[in-house]
Write a protein that binds this ligand. Structure first.
Ligand code: COA
Length: 324
């Protein structure tokens, strides 16, 4: 039994913040940001939360597929910026969609979240009654950032992307590889939740924002992603030439360019949109997929082979090879 992507959706808040806008807030320049990251602008929420963005993306996919929401068996949301600790973002979206027959939960694998969630969804589909499930990557990264820290505030953006899955006889997921390395987790962490109750003496300084060792993450991703891609391709017994597009987590243009170079694959097989959205964490891959479908560069006819690869906090990294 397998899964098929039958529709996609994406949503970003309307408020666009350019690098030049950031020059007024931080000691930075448009030139520095573009040179180091490729980012020109990002969309920032002025109030819509993670469940709102995810809901709009999901609604778009459902409308496109024109299916009855009652047939959706599960909603998995990949996020590191949930509205609440509980209820989950997925439950909030279930309520907004009126998808009353779905079970719903969040998973957190930071910027690898969408790839992890899609793999989990494939397994869940075996037990699905009606044969439909939603996988959403949704983030309001702007609420996790220290807006006085120029080394991180310039990198991220808010947004959501979604795929609607249908159970299929043929397995379209050709291979997957997921990795985690908790030992290096503190290279990228966000918002510490320490034990706080009347029985603890809490003098400890708490991390209220996202903090990252940029150089470590850069080295980690440029070292691990080419290996991860080769591992995934080998597992499916195919070659890099068989892949139409490589959808790499949109963290930084320099990382994507280095990965393409290391694999000796033409850069035009690595579509990007980090220029306009910044790093939207778990939302970056589904937003990019939706964009390619809207531009008709990808048609959902079962003839396009794409490799999705995510990396980020945890540390986590993972890839899926899928025919869509
Ligand atoms: N504007 C201007 N100068 C800045 C700046 C900014 N926004 N941010 C940092 N700098 C300065 C630093 O203070 C430092 O100055 P100094 O040499 O006087 O100390 C200098 O620029 C170089 O800083 P450094 O951190 O070494 O830059 P870098 O070349 O490593 O680039 C990143 C920084 C963050 C762009 C880069 O490390 C990176 O892309 N890392 C991966 C991050 C990522 O994608 N994370 C998410 C993964 S999911």
């Amino acid at each position: 039994m397998g899964v098929k992507i039958i529709a996609t959706g994406a949503y970003v808040p309307s408020y666009r913040v350019s690098n030049t806008d950031l020059e007024c807030l931080l000691d930075t320049t448009d030139e520095w940001i573009q040179q180091r990251t490729g980012i020109i602008s990002r969309h920032i929420s002025q109030g819509e939360n993670t469940s709102d963005l995810g809901y709009y993306a999901a609604k778009m996919a459902i409308e496109q597929a024109n299916i009855d929401v009652a047939k959706i068996d599960f909603i998995i949301v990949a996020t590191m910026s949930a509205d609440y600790n509980t209820p989950s973002t997925a439950c909030l979206i279930q309520e907004k969609l009126d998808a009353n027959n779905a079970f719903a939960c969040d998973i957190n694998a930071a910027c690898s979240g969408f790839v992890y969630a899609l793999h989990i969804a494939r397994s869940l589909m075996d037990y699905s009654t009606n044969g439909y499930g939603l996988v959403i990557g949704s983030e309001v990264m702007s609420k996790l950032l220290n807006w006085n820290d120029r080394s991180t505030a310039i990198l991220f953006g808010d947004g959501a992307g979604c795929v609607l899955l249908e159970k299929s006889v043929k397995s379209n997921l050709l291979s997957h590889v997921l990795h985690s390395d908790g030992e290096k987790g503190l290279s990228l962490c966000a918002v510490e939740n320490p034990v706080c109750n009347p029985f603890v003496d809490n003098e400890k300084e708490v991390l209220p924002f996202l903090r990252m060792n940029g150089r470590d993450i850069f080295n980690f991703s440029t070292r691990q992603i080419p290996t991860l891609i080769l591992e995934t391709v080998e597992k499916a017994e195919c070659t890099l030439d068989d892949i139409d597009y490589f959808l790499i987590h949109q963290a930084n243009l320099r990382i994507i360019e280095l990965v393409a170079k290391k694999l000796d694959v033409p850069l035009d097989k690595f579509p990007t949109n980090v220029e306009h959205y910044g790093n939207t964490s778990s939302a970056s891959i589904p937003i990019l997929l939706d964009e390619l479908i809207q531009q008709r560069k990808i048609v959902l006819n079962g003839e396009c082979t794409i490799l999705m690869a995510g990396f980020g906090g945890g540390l986590t990294w993972g890839a899926l090879l899928i025919r869509i």
